[in-house]
Design a binder for this molecule. Structure first.
Ligand SMILES: Cc1ncc(COP(=O)(O)O)c(C=O)c1O
Length: 418
């Protein structure tokens, strides 16, 4: 494999050593279809640094056993690594204690768990406030809950620029609202929602707040105490960690009141045919053998991010987006969907005369990976009157040259096929 990482770097922010960072991500240094890979599909899943790969490898080579059994040394090592990872996540989110950190398979499972647990909180006619820009994972579990309870899912409008319509929010947040479930950052638009403000307004009405942080955590570090949300969820694989694991932060008082999600091992205190009792938090929600190596990998990803200058990372991502925006007029018929100020570097677009999936395929032939389709956000697609978009999403390891290659590729496709 040829190492192209050095040739490909054009530092977006001088404080960030992108060449060194790219060496930490071996997958980036390869050829795809005869061209250097430009990985611009980070919102779907980001790549993993060596620190993550090594931590998981080391765990399996030296410490693997089942956790919480305490029967032998490897069991103790695995438990220490697993619970140590939980503490790392607690620190990352600034949660009060590890009882508030529940492992899940990802954002989707975390939201399903919360929706399941809040059934008793709802009555017929109650309302669950979401928004038009939600991922299906933050719509469908609430629809399923609504079906079971007779509650209603109510979507807040989104403006043409892709911002949450605050007038619509204030109008819809009412006496029947029981739950507010909203994304911190939109996976299609890149919009950063004013969640702190929304939470304050919701709390004034005793509304439970659920924040979908799947697209926020790759770009900035949330503080759940400062946000004062009830729940905050995210997936490891978007935060440069492994797939198969995610995090549910829940306020202890609420988690205590919620019933378990699944039954089995680990989540029980005592089982008998007469009466079974639940384990303490957070284990009450963790039935079965957990994803141990994945927890270790996620903690390694968080530790790795801790070694990178956050301000430089954000500035670099901003510079990538700025460059992309400045190049949009160079592609005839290109229109960006989602132009909210302060957005994260996610660029959804359409090009007149071209189907998004053709754009994706033709860019792939040039080694450029983007996403096309509805991005699991069909209501938002309907709102913009499209069946899908093309989406380039950047991470701190991307370079200005990769942005330029994307646009050179788009210009070529537009020239040849429209
Ligand atoms: C905003 C948002 N929420 C939820 C999800 C679902 O995440 P997962 O598939 O990791 O459960 C995604 C994934 O793209 C997302 O972008």
């Amino acid at each position: 494999m040829t190492d192209l990482s050095v040739a490909k770097t054009m530092t977006a922010d001088p404080r960030l050593d992108v060449e060194a960072i790219r060496r930490d991500f071996p997958i980036l240094s390869q050829m795809i279809n005869g061209k250097p890979l430009a990985y611009l599909d980070n919102a779907a899943s980001s790549q993993k640094p060596l620190a993550v790969l090594d931590a998981m490898d080391r765990y399996y080579r030296t410490s693997h056993s089942n956790v919480h059994r305490g029967a032998h040394t490897l069991g103790d090592r695995a438990t220490m690594a697993f619970e140590g990872a939980r503490e790392t996540v607690r620190g990352f989110l600034n949660a009060k204690n590890t009882r508030e950190i529940v492992w899940t398979r990802g954002t989707t499972e975390a939201i399903n768990l919360i929706a399941h647990g809040l059934a008793e909180h709802l009555q017929a006619g109650d309302e669950i406030l979401v928004s038009h820009m939600e991922h299906h994972a933050n719509i469908v579990p609430w629809q399923m809950l609504a079906e079971r309870t007779g509650a209603k899912v109510v979507p807040v409008k989104v403006t043409p620029a892709g911002e949450l319509d605050m007038e619509s929010f204030d109008e819809l947040l009412g006496d029947r609202t029981r739950i507010l479930a909203i994304s911190h950052v939109s996976n299609v638009l890149g919009t950063v929602n004013p969640v702190r403000d929304l939470i304050v307004r919701a709390k004034a009405r005793n509304v439970i707040t659920v924040i979908d942080g799947a697209q926020a955590v790759p770009h900035f570090q949330p503080d759940v105490q400062a946000l004062a949300c009830d729940f905050y969820v995210f997936s490891s694989h978007k935060l440069f960690g492994p797939t198969g694991i995610g995090v549910l932060y829940g306020r202890e008082e609420l988690l205590e009141k919620m019933p378990p999600y699944q039954g089995g091992g680990e989540m029980i205190e005592r089982v008998s045919f007469e009466r079974t009792t639940w384990n303490i938090l957070p284990y009450k929600f963790e039935a079965g053998t957990p994803a141990i190596a994945e927890a270790v990998g996620l903690a390694a990803a968080i530790d790795y991010l801790g070694t990178i200058d956050r301000a430089a990372m954000e500035a670099s991502e901003w510079a990538l987006l700025e460059r992309a925006n400045s190049l949009v007029p160079s592609v005839p018929g290109m229109e960006v969907i989602g132009t909210a100020p302060g957005k994260v570097p996610v660029l959804s677009f359409k090009i007149e005369g071209l189907h998004p999936s053709d754009i994706g395929t033709l860019l792939d032939q040039q080694g450029i990976a983007i996403r096309t389709g509805n991005h699991c956000a069909m209501p938002l697609m309907d709102l913009y009157g499209v069946t899908g978009t093309a989406r380039a999403s950047f991470a701190f390891y991307n370079t200005l040259e990769e942005v330029e290659r994307l646009f050179a590729g788009l210009q070529k496709i537009q020239r040849l096929f429209v």
